[in-house]
Design a protein around this ligand. Sequence first.
Ligand code: CA
Length: 228
Amino acid sequence: MSLRVLVVEDDREIRSMMQSSLAVEGFEVQTAVSVSEASALLHHSLPDVLVLDLGLPDGDGLELVHEVRKRHSLPILVVSARHQEAEKIRLLDAGADDYLTKPFSVGELLARIRVALRHRGTALEPASTVHELDDLRIDLNLRLVQLKGEPVHLTPTEFKLLARLVRSAGRVVTHRQLLADVWGPEFTEHTHYLRLYMGQLRAKIEADPAEPRHLLTESGVGYRLATV
Ligand code: CA
C-alpha cells in the first residue's frame, strides 16, 4: 500500500511537477486547486501527508491548516512564495510541520516529507505491484495480466489505467485523479475516456462485464479495484 499525499496548489505547473515527482517516488498523489476542493477531498478521505500552497484562489491555505489540525495529526507541509518570518511562525503555530519557500527543489520537498513521516513513525513503503483476486493476476513489474492462467492482452493505455488502480487497490480513485494520472492533468474533464476504457478493460478481465467483480464503479466519484 502506498502512502497518499494531497497536493493543494493552484499553479498548474508547480502542481503537475509535484504530482509527477511524488508519483515516481511511489506516493499516491491527489491534487486540489482551491481551499474548497481540498476541504471536500479531506472530508471524503484523509491522506497520509498534506502539501499545501498558501495563496489559493478562494482563500488562504492557513484556513486549511486550522481546519485539519482541529481533528487530525497528519503531517502538513506548506509551500509558499511568502517570505515573512511572522507568516512562517503563524503557520507553525497553527500546526504546520514545515515550511518550504518557492522556488524549492523536488529533492528538498521529498526530504521534508520523509522527515515529517519519520516523526510520526510512518516508514515509506513501496507501492503495491502485484494484485491477485480470484482468477485475475496482475504483475506490474512484469507488465503481465493473467486471467485463469492465460495472458490477457491490453493496449498501453488500458494497462496504464489498470496499473493506476492496482497501485490504489481497494481504494476509490476519483475520475479526475485517474484522468490526470493516465492521460495527463489537461484531461481531467474528459470523463468519456474513462467510460470507454473501463468498458474495454471490463470486457477483457470480467467474467460478466455488466456485473463487474473487479473493476467497481463508485457512482459519481470514481472507480475501485476490488481486493476482496
Ligand atoms: Ca498559489
